[in-house]
Design a protein around this ligand. Structure first.
Ligand SMILES: NC(=O)c1ccc[n+]([C@@H]2O[C@H](COP(=O)([O-])OP(=O)(O)OC[C@H]3O[C@@H](n4cnc5c(N)ncnc54)[C@H](OP(=O)(O)O)[C@@H]3O)[C@@H](O)[C@H]2O)c1
Length: 390
């Protein structure tokens, strides 16, 4: 009899591994929720929260609201009742805030609702938080776990983390190429290399980024809008930033015509004639002056700081070989989304990147494939940069 009691006692206590697996499972629910906020939280982080009752049942899920409010924890708690929240566990992808902004601190709200345990994926590097949320929860007697599924959560938070730590946005370079790595035929004229499904995917990606960066070569060749034109998502297009040294963007361009759909900023050099500036500002375009680098081009690190200062956490680059090559040479590309069609268009076409004069290969490639798939007749790859190795 006594032996049976001991056996039950032992089997009823979950092992560390079991707790970790359970925590991972619920944290992944919170991470999935956080992805619904990507590109929609202004300068705030896209956070997800899942609340699980003391009996192990999912009570509610929340994510950061449009423009950054409500916060994920507030939204998740609002969807549950005070009685059920008492004793529950909250899974949050980013440390709950401890400072009062436009809303009260989430750490205080969790304490007020008598949450018993908080599981956090990533510590918030914002100097107003940076461990203060964790400390406040622990001081109130709440059990806190940190670091659960951190790598997965960081993929969604990458833009916010990059802006707070490095004062620049996280940069995704998107390119659509032929099978042989070319972005346009020799004449440079606009033609679709990939099919309709892949082009729709590009619009989805635009809806999930805060900003889009391109340059005047692409504007003059393609006359793009760089908006999101998917049904139901047209309000989610990114803020548009164009490198245009001499302000050659036509006032009649699709970019300028669509300034009411998404903000448009043109970066230019000092000393551009006033009439060019006036024509564009009268058309509702924001102009921002940048210094030139040693090669006489707009200074990219300064451009990145200027983009981050507008609150953009994550930008996507859609540009020709010139800007793409400049960004690679400055080590400013964090993620690559490569879309590859089945067309072969030959060596006289325009390559995705200009020559790099490389004489040797690194031991390991600077980017590694994270995901890949197929849409219609085209393939796509997402590659992430290996930090600390280049
Ligand atoms: N398949 C695809 O995914 C894709 C995507 C985009 C474009 N494209 C194609 O690419 C072609 C255009 O290529 P592109 O190389 O001419 O265009 P780009 O890279 O979009 O624009 C290059 C221009 O940007 C300006 N610029 C200012 N600062 C710069 C800097 N720091 N680094 C680089 N450029 C800077 C320069 O012009 P200023 O000195 O006058 O400012 C430069 O000539 C078109 O045929 C287009 O269809 C293909």
């Amino acid at each position: 009899m006594r032996r049976l009691w001991i056996k039950n006692l032992v089997t009823d206590i979950p092992t560390v591994q079991q707790i970790y697996n359970t925590d991972c499972r619920w944290m992944r629910v919170a991470i999935a929720a956080s992805r619904r906020s990507e590109g929609r939280t202004a300068e705030n982080p896209p956070v997800g929260c899942a609340i699980v009752s003391a009996a192990g049942q999912l009570l509610s899920v929340g994510h950061t609201g449009r423009g950054g409010r409500p916060h994920a924890e507030t939204e998740a708690m609002a969807k549950s009742s005070t009685e059920l929240l008492a004793g529950a566990t909250a899974y949050v992808t980013l440390e709950p805030c401890a400072h009062k902004g436009q809303t009260g601190p989430c750490a205080d709200a969790l304490i007020a609702q008598k949450i018993a345990r908080v599981v956090i994926a990533v510590v918030d590097p914002d100097k107003r938080v940076n461990g203060a949320g964790i400390k406040r929860l622990r001081t109130a007697g709440i059990a806190v776990e940190v670091g659960v599924c951190a790598a997965e959560a960081k993929r969604v938070l990458a833009g916010f983390l990059m802006r707070v730590k490095m004062s620049r946005p996280f940069v995704t370079w998107k390119t659509a190429t032929s099978l042989d790595g070319m972005i346009a035929l020799a004449d440079g004229q606009k033609r679709w290399l990939t099919g309709l499904e892949m082009r729709r995917y590009v619009h989805l990606l635009r809806s999930r980024t805060d900003g889009l960066l391109s340059a005047i070569g692409t504007v003059l060749a393609d006359d793009p809008e760089f908006t999101c034109r998917l049904p139901g998502l047209s309000d989610d297009g990114p803020a548009r930033f164009i490198l245009d040294t001499n302000l050659r963007t036509p006032v009649s361009s699709a970019l300028v015509k669509t300034r009411d759909k998404a903000p448009l900023t043109l970066f230019h050099r000092e000393g551009v004639p006033c009439d060019r500036k006036t024509a564009l500002t009268d058309a509702g375009v924001t102009l921002a002056e940048l210094p030139l680098d040693a090669d006489g081009r707009l200074d990219l690190p300064v451009a990145m700081k200027a983009v981050a200062a507008t609150g953009c956490n994550h930008i996507m680059v859609e540009a020709g070989a010139s800007l793409s090559s400049s960004l690679f040479s400055h080590n400013l590309i964090d993620r690559i989304v490569w879309m590859q069609s089945s067309h072969l268009i030959g060596g006289d076409a325009i390559p995705a990147i200009h020559s790099m004069s490389m004489l040797a290969l690194p031991d390991r490639a600077h980017y590694m494939v994270q995901e890949e798939g197929r849409l219609g007749d085209d393939r796509w790859f997402v590659l992430n940069r290996r930090y600390g190795e280049n």
